[in-house]
Design a protein around this ligand. Structure first.
Ligand code: ZN
Length: 76
């Protein structure tokens, strides 16, 4: 069961929420559903600009034009 960390927009508190099925998290203090999920270290790379960096690195290493991991010489 994944436990995520959330931040409540309303009362500015952090809390952890165990996600069961399609349960919607709400703040345990003020019961507000207006919460944001905080990024943990393991899910960080699946969001934002870092995912693009990983994709670019994978594309460079699978170049069909040369054996090098950097394709600046063959243009692929
Ligand atoms: Zn709250």
């Amino acid at each position: 069961m994944p436990i995520y960390e959330y931040h409540c927009e309303k009362c500015d508190r952090k809390f952890e929420f165990l996600v069961l099925g399609c349960d919607k998290p709400e703040c345990p203090t003020c019961k507000s559903p207006d919460v944001n999920r905080l990024l943990s270290s393991c899910s960080f790379f699946s969001k934002g600009g870092h995912g693009e960096t990983l994709k670019a690195a994978a594309g460079a290493s699978s170049c069909s034009g040369c054996a090098a991991t950097s394709c600046s010489s063959c243009g692929h």
